[in-house]
Design a protein around this ligand. Structure first.
Ligand SMILES: Cc1cc2nc3c(=O)[nH]c(=O)nc-3n(C[C@H](O)[C@H](O)[C@H](O)COP(=O)(O)OP(=O)(O)OC[C@H]3O[C@@H](n4cnc5c(N)ncnc54)[C@H](O)[C@@H]3O)c2cc1C
Length: 325
């Protein structure tokens, strides 16, 4: 059952920041994750600060440098269907269209997608785990088929967003406004590993609100895609996935950014795979080496070793597509 809470709908960003910084307050965008978290007892909020009255946080616009600004309240459907996103950042568009179901994409926002809480069944269930201030991670020795194979410990969640890896692959940043003013944080540094702070998902401070996502111009001639593997084809979170952005000179890879989903507690940049292809001709031999490289430093748990096969297969299949594109 949802606990009782009060609801405010500020009309300005300044007021929203003030309200969000007050005791027990939380930021409400589309509510698709937040309300479930409150029902599950993992967000003990007493006041919801709706962003819906704050003007200027929605929509997609071109930046003077040729990049894009996506307002934090832009719905995931708008991102998925935007022609300018699809044309310049195909991996972002593909990732957005793979999120959840049409209804959730219509209601959920890109800001909320980056800030959503992890889906670990112990964390969301009746277990006083490390992330909730307890003294152990129940997944470590428990049911862990959907948990991480990189970056785990002391907690073994996976980061849930499909869009974040694609944003990291394009070098995007998050713009925020908070009690200490505005700042810009690379999406690659926005999420927090459990080994750094097991109680935090992002670097956001109390009252700090994501106002926009900034995408730099895509590298000239970049080819990109997002591949997601899930347990069923309707809606589901990624068991494994990858956002890949490469530039190529004929068949030779001149730059590569490869970021995994379903792999780690944060979007996981696979430098091993990037190194395996950069400066190389993307032929079958190099692709096979890259597929081995993606799992080189993986540390699977008792029940998620199958993810190694998924990541190898994803890298093999998707690099082949990009080589032939
Ligand atoms: C059944 C189901 C399936 C799903 N499947 C997928 C999937 O396959 N892939 C995927 O990527 N996601 C999936 N999701 C997650 C979904 O994408 C998120 O719930 C949604 O993007 C959150 O957006 P929202 O606007 O509803 O955020 P809310 O629910 O309003 O907020 C989510 C969190 O972000 C914070 N927040 C929101 N906006 C801001 C802001 N501007 N500044 C600071 N903090 C903010 C809130 O305080 C809250 O903690 C699924 C969700 C559900 C319920």
């Amino acid at each position: 059952m949802l606990p009782s809470f009060s609801y405010v709908r500020p009309g300005t960003l300044g007021d929203a920041v003030k309200q969000a910084a007050s005791e027990g307050a939380g930021v409400l965008a589309g509510g698709t994750d937040l309300l479930g978290c409150m029902r599950d007892g993992i967000l003990p909020l007493t006041k919801l600060v709706s962003m819906s009255g704050v003007k200027g946080l929605g929509g997609i616009g071109k930046r003077p440098d040729g990049g894009l600004t996506i307002g934090s309240l832009t719905t995931i459907t708008e991102v998925a269907e935007s022609a300018v996103v699809r044309e310049n950042y195909p991996a972002v568009s593909m990732a957005a269209s793979e999120v959840a179901s049409p209804q959730l994409r219509n209601q959920g926002t890109i800001g909320g997608n980056l800030c959503q809480k992890p889906r670990c069944w112990y964390y969301r269930g009746d277990f006083h785990c490390l992330r909730k201030g307890g003294d152990r991670c129940f997944a470590a020795g428990g049911e862990n088929p959907y948990h991480c194979i990189f970056g785990g410990g002391p907690c073994f969640i996976v980061h849930a967003s499909d869009i974040a890896p694609a944003l990291v692959a394009f070098g995007a940043s998050v713009r925020t406004s908070g009690p200490k003013g505005e700042r810009t944080v690379p999406v690659g540094k926005f999420h927090v590993l459990p080994s750094v702070d097991v109680r935090r998902d992002t670097v956001l401070e109390a009252g700090e609100i994501v106002t926009a996502i900034e995408l730099p111009p895509a590298p000239k001639g970049a080819r990109s895609l997002y591949r997601k593997v899930r347990a069923r084809n309707s809606w589901d979170f990624a068991l494994a996935g990858a956002a890949i952005v490469v530039t190529m000179n004929d068949k030779t890879v001149t730059s590569a950014r490869i970021v995994l989903s379903g792999a780690a507690p944060i979007p996981w940049r696979s430098k091993e795979t990037e190194d395996a292809v950069t400066g190389k001709r993307l032929d079958d031999k190099v692709i096979a080496k890259a597929a081995d490289a993606v799992v080189l430093n993986a540390m699977p748990l008792a029940q998620n070793g199958y993810k190694l096969h998924l990541f190898r297969g994803i890298i093999r299949e998707e690099l082949k597509k990009l080589a032939g594109a």
